[in-house]
Design a protein around this ligand. Structure first.
Ligand code: F6R
Length: 610
């Protein structure tokens, strides 16, 4: 949600910042802006629209040459999408320029106070308040660090800030509370950003800021402070990603690239978590002890990660015999918990920065519960604040719609359930080995599904003009129906709902007519026959069935207008295979409707607001 980037060094700041913005565009893309400090003046250009609109406007209204600046790509929270609400925001006397990711909860109170001190405002944003508050304190204190400390102490809410100060042409200030911020350490240059992807083109050496920390970034080096003004030392980390990980390569969209990366992601996780036909996650004795001591699991997650959590519920209950509840993280933190110390919370998140899930994790810890995180991004807030972490090793996911991260989450949950079940004695060696052998075949099976791409594109041509699509699944593929529907609606804007197939007859069947495409996910499984019956109920009311079924399944094919055959895999592994054609269906539907699937309207990746 909103991307911020700041640069100081020898290079042309405008080009570094525009490239940085493009890398961060997945975080928000309704407006963008740049502020440069040149010849003692702060110059700002900002514009509602995409980053390329800002770049185009720079040719008619160029910025001066500069080697220092800050920039922002916005996902609007306070204030409409318009040029004046775009960041950066400048303080009244022009001393400070600020870009901000987050929300200032008490901004109207602060604004009123500043207005009574003679400050006027030219935007509806909470961010302009920060710029003026900094100026107010600086003019009173005459000391920059003091002014920053005073200002941040007054701010309630979440904020990552990059600040440009007119009186120092070699300084960018970064501040972090509840929104991510990282500094990249280069040679004679340093770069501040919301996400390491914007740092990667320049350096792999980074320092992550924690909450309550400030950084003074200069060309020659960086200094860190806490919110009480004490100097602190920070550990330098080396990024494990390569620059190409954040590039589209030959693919027209990140979403397609990431769908095609899934075999590799599965292999990476199998290599990491399986040795000699045994899962090895619980070789960490502390994690093993933790899981063995718990008699109940609460999964907290949002969106796609929530759907992975439901798959995890089926698997953990089946193999580990541990009862599991799955909750939206946005609901979890606002209710009373009936838990005890034997309840484990599992927080699932691709980004590790989703504000609702961070709240859920903190709420759980406040209630004395231990938290295991299943997270894709190392060094993320969720990874750092949880008691234990299992990484999903999907690499950088840029497409707003999560694809490879979901498959990685499901795979990791499958391995965890199998290993826990084995350790607890509910699965014998033979069953474990058989399932692990089947898992080893998954990368090739997913490749076979990817080879159906043009067939799926052809099906998309038949549904992309629909106004509604229903997805039905049962048992372990009920969450596949939810996820398939989410993918389609978020990238193509076609209204889609996912339903438990057996629940259809309790109401939603009324929606069925001869215009309604109904996607039925029914690979061979213990609930196959029941789902065939649900399909009959749809077909006899004129519904057009698109089925995702096991190779060779003639019965379902006869009921279907279109069939997508997936390779035969054991039931617990089916969610990994069946979601892939639905990701492709969503992707092609979006492209046919002229929507950029990487940047669907109103959305942004990494939802860092509540
Ligand atoms: C949908 C999607 C979102 C995220 C959700 C949680 O395609 O990507 O629903 O799954 O915002 O994000 P993470 O997993 O980063 O916590």
């Amino acid at each position: 949600m909103c991307g911020i980037v700041g640069y100081v060094g020898r290079k042309d700041a405008e080009s570094v910042l525009t490239v940085g913005l493009q890398k961060l565009e997945y975080r928000g893309y309704d407006s963008a802006g740049i502020a440069l400090l040149s010849s003692g003046e702060i110059e700002v250009r900002k514009k509602a629209g995409r980053i390329h609109d800002l770049i185009n406007s720079l040719s008619s209204y160029p910025l001066p040459k500069a080697h220092i600046g800050i920039a922002h790509t916005r996902w609007a929270t306070h204030g409409r999408v318009c040029d004046s609400n775009a960041h950066p925001h400048i303080s009244q006397r022009g001393l400070f320029a600020v870009v901000h990711n987050g929300i200032i909860d008490n901004y109207s109170l602060l604004k009123e106070r500043l207005q009574s001190e003679g400050y006027s405002f030219s935007s509806e944003t909470d961010t302009e308040v920060i710029a003026n508050l900094l100026e107010y304190h600086y003019l009173k204190e005459g000391n920059l660090l003091e002014a920053v400390l005073k200002a941040v102490k007054e701010l309630d809410g979440s904020f990552a800030l990059a600040i440009l100060f007119k009186e120092d042409p070699n300084l960018i200030i970064g501040v972090r509370k509840d929104s991510p911020l990282v500094v990249g350490l280069g040679e004679g240059e340093n770069i501040l950003a919301s996400d390491p992807v914007a740092v990667l083109p320049h350096t792999k050496k980074v320092v992550y800021l924690n909450d309550g920390e400030i950084v003074f970034v200069r060309k020659e080096g960086v200094e860190f402070y806490d919110f009480s003004g004490r100097r602190i030392e920070k550990e330098v980390k080396v990024l494990e990603y390569d620059e190409e990980d954040a590039e589209k390569g030959p693919y027209p969209h990140f979403m397609l690239k990431e769908i095609y990366e899934q075999p590799r992601v599965i292999r990476a996780n199998l290599e990491r978590y399986v040795r000699d036909r045994r899962p090895v996650m619980l070789r960490d004795l502390n994690l093993r002890k933790l899981l063995l001591n718990k008699n109940r699991i609460l999964v907290v997650a949002a969106g796609t990660s929530f759907h992975a959590g439901i798959v995890g519920k089926y698997l953990l209950e089946t193999y580990a015999h541990t009862p599991v509840e799955v909750e939206y993280s946005s609901e979890f933190s606002s209710r009373k918990l009936a838990t005890d110390s034997r309840t484990l919370v599992i927080a699932i998140s691709q980004s590790g920065e989703t504000a609702d899930t961070i709240d859920g994790l903190r709420y759980a810890k406040k209630h004395g519960l231990e938290v295991l995180a299943i997270v894709n991004r190392p060094e993320s807030t969720i990874a750092r604040e949880s008691d234990y972490v299992i990484y999903t090793n999907a690499g950088i996911e840029v497409g707003v719609a999560s694809t490879k991260a979901y498959v990685a989450q499901v795979l990791v949950l499958t391995l965890l359930a199998l290993e826990l079940g084995h350790v607890k004695g509910h699965i014998d060696d033979k069953e474990l080995e058989r399932l692990l052998d089947d898992m080893a075949g998954l990368p090739n099976q997913v490749e076979k599904v990817l080879a159906l791409d043009s067939h799926i594109a052809h099906i998309a041509e038949r549904i992309y003009k629909s106004t509604n699509v229903v997805f039905l699944g049962r048992g372990i593929n009920y969450p596949t129906a939810l996820e398939g529907a989410l993918k389609l609606k978020e990238v193509s804007y076609i209204h889609a709902i996912g339903y438990a197939a057996g629940e259809m007859k309790h109401g939603p069947l009324a929606l069925v007519d001869n215009k309604l495409p109904v996607v039925v996910i029914n690979p061979r499984s213990s609930v196959y026959e029941l789902t065939v019956s649900s399909t009959h109920e749809v077909v006899s009311r004129g519904g057009k069935v698109i089925s995702v079924i096991t190779e060779g399944d003639k019965r379902m094919a006869e009921l279907s207008a279109f069939s997508i055959y997936v390779p035969s895999v054991p039931e617990p592994l089916t969610p990994i295979i069946t979601i892939v054609p639905l990701q492709l269906l969503a992707y092609h539907s979006a492209v046919l409707r002229g929507v950029d699937p990487d940047k669907p309207r109103n959305l942004a990746k990494s939802v860092t607001v509540r």
